[in-house]
Design a protein around this ligand. Sequence first.
Ligand code: CP
Ligand code: NVA
Length: 304
Amino acid sequence: MKHFLNLIDVPRDALAELLAEAVRLKGAHARGIPTRSLAGKVVALVFEKPSLRTRVSFESGVAQLGGTALYLPGNEVGLGWRESHADFARTIGQYVDALVLRVFRHDTVEGVARASSIPVVNGLSDLSHPCQVLADLLTVQELFGSVEGRTVAFVGDGNNVARSLAVGCSRLGAKFVLACPVGYGFDDGFREKYKARVSPCFPPEVNDAAAAVRTADVIYTDVWTSMGQEAEREERLKRFESFQVNAALLAKAPPHCKVLHCLPAHRGEEITDDVLDGPASAVFQQAGNRLHTQKAVLEWLMKG
Ligand code: CP
Ligand code: NVA
């Protein structure tokens, strides 16, 4: 059974195929040409954490492809505590045709996928956010013509989004650099997996945001405190203070540099209003692309 849990499992050609289909779907949608590739299919969304973009773009995307989406709050389903991951998967797989999960622990998506007879999509876990990065890659492609050869500087926490972005960039031939405070870089587990399955050249980590953006085509940032880390918020606010994406940092990047953020943003923390709303920002184009890339993922999974 094909799943979409981690970009590390998606080969370069499949990634390119997904982006090409997203471009096609986006064009068809803009021209009002209907695509009914999910006619008669039901997709269930089980979310343990809040969401705007992921939930609504999946629900709308499924509807636009002729299918039906079903939202199930995680606290009602009780993955792993009301019943086991396997019992959940074996039951729901008889009612619906695909699953999108947003979870606290990546083990949950893995556990469900292992027992699942239907495709499972990771709609964000503590480890990765592959759906986000597909939209990010499409946005970079739209902005620069291709992802290959670009330099992406991620300024912030070495988190779920950063891990997936590092993998996506490498797969498509972009350079990736992480600028973060000491102790907030990529973990050893990710480093080992990346070296074994993506590239022996692990992306560089620097502790100086200005140095990281000097040659960047794209500056990317995300919240300093991810969902599930709220207890660390005060400490993180202090540690990340010099990693804010603001006008002074942007001025150190090349003039053509664009700014991306997966959203939701904590305005005034990791990014300032003037940058987020300014001419370098492609953040809302990026958010819009979630719809088209996820439709491509669902089609790709459903066709076998
Ligand atoms: N970027 C993103 O996944 O947004 P949501 O948390 O609103 O889904
Ligand atoms: N790193 C953030 C991404 C939100 C879309 C989080 O996990 O909360």
